[in-house]
Design a protein around this ligand. Structure first.
Ligand SMILES: [Zn+2]
Length: 341
């Protein structure tokens, strides 16, 4: 089906969906799980188009275009308002679901980041999932199935999306005209997300986040608390560019990029081999910083960042999670290297 042509590296999920769509056996609720930015949302929109397109998902007719552009009255995307999906948002579904589709065949509700539903919202959704009208379909997206109430999970069929393999991402970037080095760096930082890798190469918010964080990376561990807040404030103007549609947050990207910095420091200290760096374009800056941090402290920083990454999934206040992680790194005891120096 042409409608799925843009989705890279999810062959298993797509062939499963194509199969049920072709046979007209789509159930009324699906749960797409997988890491941020691997195509869950794009696929959900494509399924909505396939359910409504007269050709079963041609990708180019007026119906498909309208759905892709978010302008179709029968396809509704519900995403977290602020840091959670609230009951008022789910109640709106309850109000509209009883009305037959305005112009399409199916009414499709796409609920993004469903793991951010409050308990009240989840219970309200449950009522809609229990006995939906035949024309209604739900597609929920979430990082993992276990972050949802079992009662919600049991009413949805799960479709698993995986991190896209690095070689696939790299080939997409090279095909889009990226230089070898840039493609390699972006792939390493992408966390398996084609969308994020593309944005790192083409610039935009992801490229800016990388520049902001790496410019200040040394200060975050070596500087004062003022430097930590300055680094965080520098990210603020990007907040409005947030939510480019692949579900990744500025905070998550900042943590991942800082993680690549400490990973590179460990590599430099343990091997001295610049060709193994992720941030090859920052080799000289990394070499200086590597002299001032012990491998143990760099590993401790990685640990802090990993735990913060986990906390982002469940914690409503992403900004606070990032701040705590940066402060924890800043407050680590002086390194052996620093004491010796
Ligand atoms: Zn179409």
């Amino acid at each position: 089906m042409h409608i799925f042509n843009d989705i890279v590296g999810q062959e298993k999920a797509i062939s499963f969906l194509e199969n049920i769509l072709e046979h007209g056996t789509a159930s009324h609720a699906y749960l797409f799980t997988g890491p941020d930015g691997v195509g869950k949302r794009t696929t959900a929109v494509s399924v909505a188009a396939a359910l409504n397109c007269a050709q079963g998902g041609c990708g180019s007719c007026a119906v498909c275009m309208k759905i892709k552009n978010g302008a179709h009255p029968d396809v509704e995307s519900i995403k977290p308002a602020g840091n959670s999906l609230k009951i008022e948002q789910i109640r709106e579904i309850g109000q509209s679901i009883g009305l037959k589709p305005f112009e399409g065949k199916r009414k499709v509700y796409i609920i993004e980041d469903a793991h951010l539903m409050t308990v009240e919202a989840a219970n309200a959704l449950l009522k809609n999932l229990e006995e939906p009208p035949a024309y209604a379909a739900f597609i929920l997206t979430a990082a993992g199935a276990d972050s949802l109430l079992p009662t919600i999970r049991s009413r949805c069929q799960e479709v698993v999306f995986r991190a896209v393999p690095p070689r696939v991402i790299q080939s997409v970037l090279l095909a889009a005209g990226a230089e070898d080095d840039a493609a390699e760096i972006a792939t390493a930082l992408s966390g398996g997300s084609v969308g994020k890798a593309k944005r790192l190469v083409i610039g935009g918010a992801a490229g800016d986040i990388r520049a902001i964080i790496l410019d200040r990376a040394a200060e975050i561990s070596e500087g004062s608390i003022i430097d930590v807040f300055a680094a965080k404030d520098a990210l603020l103007p990007l907040a409005k560019e947030k939510d480019k549609g692949d579900g990744s947050s500025i905070e998550a990207e900042a943590l991942a990029i800082l993680g690549s910095w400490y990973r590179d420091l460990i590599v430099l200290r343990e091997t001295g081999n610049e060709s193994l760096l992720i941030n090859k374009d920052r080799a000289s800056q990394l070499t200086l910083a590597a002299e001032r941090i012990s491998s143990a402290n760099a590993a401790a920083a990685l640990d802090i960042l990993a735990r913060a990454g986990d906390a982002l999934r469940t914690n409503a206040n992403k900004d606070l999670v990032l701040e705590e992680a940066l402060l924890a790194i800043n407050c680590m005891p002086p390194t052996v290297a620093r004491l010796e120096g």
